[in-house]
Design a binder for this molecule. Sequence first.
Ligand code: FAD
Length: 672
Amino acid sequence: MNPLPTMLYPQHFDVIVVGGGHAGTEAALAAARMGCKTLLLSHNIETLGQMSCNPSIGGIGKGHLVKEVDALGGAMALATDEGGIQFRILNSSKGPAVRATRAQADRILYKAAIRRRLENQPNLWLFQQAVDDLMVEGDRVVGAVTQVGIRFRASTVVLTAGTFLDGKIHVGLNNYAAGRAGDPPAVSLSARLKELKLPQGRLKTGTPPRIDGRSIDFSQCTEQPGDGMPGGMSPVMPVFSFMGRPEMHPQQMPCWITHTNAHTHEIIRSGFDRSPMFTGKIEGVGPRYCPSVEDKINRFADKDSHQIFLEPEGLTTHEYYPNGISTSLPFDIQYALVRSMPGLENAHILRPGYAIEYDYFDPTQLKSSFETKVINGLFFAGQINGTTGYEEAAAQGLFAGINAALQVRAMGGGNVQACAAGRASYVGDSWLPARDQAYLGVMVDDLITQGVTEPYRMFTSRAEFRLQLREDNADARLTEVGRQLGLVDDVRWTAFNQKRDAVSRETERLRSLWVNPKNLEIAESERVLGKAIEHEYSLAELLRRPNVSYDALMSLDGGKYASAELPVGVSRETGVLSPEAAQAAAVIEQVEIAAKYSGYIDRQKDDVLRAAHYENLKLPQDLDYMQVSALSIEARQKLNRHRPETLGQASRISGITPASISLLTIHLKKTK
Ligand code: FAD
């Protein structure tokens, strides 16, 4: 591939990460935190942590992943706290399982926050070069070769090339090769991966034209302030990280809302005959839940208006991101459609919208550690696995970085500490959180068992145990294992333990305090509990009642039961809480949710325990499913192709029925 290799770099690395996007930066940071000598190789140091599309982090399902990355010591949540110019808690009136944090980020501040972490991370080296080739000896990757022929040797390689592999940008019927607007594609690397016979396909995604804010008439739009801002839905300023503080946030800014109309839709339809999507120029499948505006108008022809959010891209730019009009229509159509909307009549477009097609690799050909099945030591993470979104990429990057580091440890390299990982399952020397432990576990399991037919994004509905997998308890689920893996520093670990201890002290206190009806006036009982109590109850029992809040309970009988440790009412009183009040609010939240949902959560835990044996039952890796004659031909072929590691994984492969699973179980028992 590379005829003129010029230099073998003198140092050997434990882990090379190719690509400095959201997956690559978390992968490199994680491997380095775990003690591996890590090299991050990326096209351009200036674009480390760059947001290719909308400047926002989080949302439903995605926010859950960000909190998990944070609980494992990752960078995304803290970088968002440092770069976020608007924060909101979505679904705040709904149950805690679906509440989610979303932040609008200043893309320059966000990138700077990521880069600062990379540059200050011990064990991590950065190098700017395109990687054109992988060094493979036998069935093992041993390094990467850059565009100018520098050969870097390593024990493992994590590939996070995003939308860059054979990337092709489309605007109308024009197209050109690129990784994203302004960046080169990775053509040689894509060809090399195909040569290695890694099964590949094409996907696409798109982005809207960007608008100069000075040309927007905001008086025609509806203002949308964030939480903690005047007029916001909540007076409390959210933070993303468990270690975050509102004081980390820069100045906050509102978003604005406008909408499409019948005229906009007419303009869009008039461009269908020059749309690369409708004329077959684009072969790749796009994200169903993030459709282009032409797709929306085509599919929902009866809708006469769509909301468009005008989101600021930062504090030092006038650029706005019009969320909802992602498009690859020709530029003349983009120009007219933008100007057809209220407030945008005189809009100046700074950058045209476009679609990009790129290679992805079939994630069913990955082990549950994200190592490729055919090339040992080679891991894939992020958009390359058929996903979409910064958060999905970051979580996968962290995961692949951990598993690359664990493999280095198993090979006797690096300085990776031995660890035991709680409820998570180990397959060889890798770590995989269970589906009831993390959205990360759900995503990895979905990808490796079911593959993708369109870009995969996270939703809370993908998690069958979502009551347990909440944003608010991501630290309780993962920080301890993160500490064991070597990912969590002392400061985070101390803060986590203080919170955990405070939650258990308060839970015990509520269990030990009893309210006797004889000592309680009926009016007081009715005020706080809705009705008079007929016998003695512990405070813990009373808190389980849906209409009884912690704060109300603490006000009972003149505040007689209030905790000296936890100030009451803090969670609703002020915009920026003091650090002590914020911690108290977080403790109270955990105590309250655990009490209110304990019945459901206990039932889910029982289900998990019942399924555990079946879920984790290992399948022999040399089993030739074609010889299991009781199975249908389709099931045999699918199992041979996917080669699941556990019976639980086998049960989630599409087309593998419960009947196939019982036949397989019988076969395993017989051949034991
Ligand atoms: P990327 O962020 O793409 O980063 C890849 C990195 O690898 C880059 O730094 C690149 O320079 C580097 N790289 C690649 N190849 C090489 C090589 N050979 N050598 C050295 N370095 C290399 N997501 C959504 O959730 N919603 C959307 O609406 C949406 N729209 C999008 C629209 C567009 C036009 C694009 C480009 C992306 C969009 N995304 C969207 C996807 C989002 O940007 C990605 O999911 C996310 O950035 C993936 O992260 P990643 O780390 O896998 O890859």
